[in-house]
Ligand binder design. Structure first.
Ligand code: ADP
Ligand code: MG
Length: 462
């Protein structure tokens, strides 16, 4: 995927404000109604419309008017939000070439101010199998945050937490540097994935290191679950680094034995095929430089002394909770399933979920959000549509241009106004008002929302 970060330079404070508003709206809308974006962003004089047009031009948002007029973030839009946050935090200040394309990620070089090069992994969960994920309605049906943003973000958080914990336990993994949204920053691993390495000086040493790592993972209560030549990097000195952790599971997982055996089998098979290693017991090898390793030495899951608790204690402490783990595991299982749902059916269900939102759901969503906050500067808030009598938008004059330095003040203000919105929504729902209108029942009632309506009209022509 192309990541033209030059566009970043041309994006204004307002652009990011509206992009953030779309992101916030996506907490509970797959397509965020224009009216809601406008209300969250609170730009003056229909400014949201102009900004959305610009964001659309740069492919940071996608316009959808199939059911109602609205927008969703594109991967690129989400990338930009994460990149901007990390740049503001001083983690890096430039994006370089693409290092790899995984099945569910894009990896780029990023450059720090002092010239150090790091690796940035942008998770793309759902790129291949979002539909399959959606098929798991049993566990996702009462969530409004099932979308790819949430899933990619969960995968990134997990990867970051695991990488950090593994590194602290001396495993040969990249150094985990930072994480925001669906983006993980880690040290750059020198060398290449093993799959690209035709010959090794010491295949037996490399093999033993790799098999030793898989055994040690299990001793620490973990199974990699995607342990193969694509996720093992090797440098010119044949030093091994293991990457790619979003699918790791605990040794207490019901399928742990199968996952472990599969990981081990992958390595045995690859080394036998690529480096002509022979694992047959007592095999007499007369065909050249093959390395013999006894089948007897193959690690057995049942014989490993597992120290379960590592995951629960250390990973929970690092922000990735057991609940997160559970959800992601279900998701990974879901990916294996064929999806037979039609889009239409899914959308109808989604509509139903949102229309029946009540105070309880709203509050629990808020709590959930609290537990999902990855970083202090995340600005997700749970908001929903409001009735037409609210006062949002009346204070548009608060948003005079303030210059770059006041950006954080702006964010704080945005946070404040969103909290106010949420409180109002909860209060209104307590009073029994029909507060959470159907996404399809937007009507222009004039009056205070006339500005929003204007935006709505302009956008509906797209
Ligand atoms: P996926 O989960 O999509 O498979 P990976 O984490 O396996 O993603 O990364 C995909 C590719 O990106 C790897 O095969 C490797 O070539 C490259 N890569 C990933 N992480 C790093 C890193 N820290 N340093 C250098 N290259 C990396
Ligand atoms: Mg991989």
């Amino acid at each position: 995927m192309k990541l033209d970060v030059n566009v970043l330079r041309y994006l204004s404070k307002e652009d990011f404000r509206v992009l953030t508003a779309v992101e916030m709206g996506m907490r509970n809308h797959e397509i965020v109604p224009c009216e809601l974006i406008d209300r969250i962003a609170r730009l003056k004089h229909g400014g949201t419309y102009k900004v959305l047009k610009n964001l659309l031009k740069h492919k940071l948002v996608h316009h959808d008017s199939s059911k109602y007029d609205g927008f969703r973030l594109t991967y690129l839009g989400y990338d930009f939000l994460a990149i901007k946050t990390l740049v503001n935090r001083g983690v890096f200040n430039g994006v370089g070439r693409q290092l790899g394309v995984g099945k569910e990620s894009d990896i780029f070089e990023v450059i720090k101010e002092d010239g150090t090069v790091l690796a940035m992994k942008l998770h793309r969960l759902g790129r291949v199998s979002f539909r399959a994920v959606k098929a798991k309605r049993d566990y996702l049906r009462h969530r409004s945050s099932y979308n790819w943003l949430y899933l990619s973000r969960l995968a990134a958080l997990k990867e970051f937490a695991f990488m950090k914990a593994l590194e602290e336990h001396g495993f040969p993994v990249p150094q985990a540097v930072d994480c925001n949204r669906h983006c993980v920053i880690m040290s750059l691993v020198p060398g290449y994935p093993l799959v690209q390495v035709k010959e090794l000086q010491n295949p037996d040493v490399v093999f033993e290191t790799i098999i030793g790592a898989v055994t040690r993972f299990a001793e620490h209560g973990l199974i990699h679950c995607d342990f193969n030549e694509f996720n093992i990097m090797i440098d010119d000195d044949e030093k091994v680094t293991i990457i790619d952790f979003p699918q790791m599971v605990s040794v207490s997982h019901p399928n742990a034995q199968m996952y472990f055996d599969r990981d081990v089998e992958c390595i045995y098979k690859f080394f036998a095929k690529r480096y002509n290693m022979s694992f047959e017991e007592n095999e007499n090898d007369c065909d050249g430089p093959d390395v013999e390793i006894d089948e007897v030495g193959r690690p057995q899951f049942s014989e490993i002394n597992k120290n379960i608790g590592f995951l629960d204690k250390e990973l929970a402490a690092s922000g990735f909770t057991k609940k997160d783990q559970h959800e992601l595991e279900k998701l990974i299982e879901g990916e294996l399933e064929e999806n037979s749902d039609s889009d239409g059916e899914e959308d109808e269900e989604d509509e139903e979920d949102i229309n029946t939102t009540n105070v309880k759901q709203l509050e629990s969503l808020h709590l959930e959000k609290q537990s999902l906050l990855l970083q202090e500067d995340d600005k997700h808030q749970v908001v929903d549509e409001h009735d037409d009598n609210d006062q949002v938008g009346d204070k548009e004059d608060d948003h005079e241009d303030k210059g770059e330095e006041s950006e954080s003040e702006d964010d704080a203000e945005l946070e404040k106004s969103l909290s106010k919105e949420r409180r109002k929504a909860i209060k209104a729902a307590h009073r029994g008002k029909r507060n959470f209108a159907s996404r399809n029942t937007y009507k222009d009632k004039g009056g205070k929302s006339s500005q929003n309506s204007k935006v709505q009209k302009q956008l509906s022509g797209w």
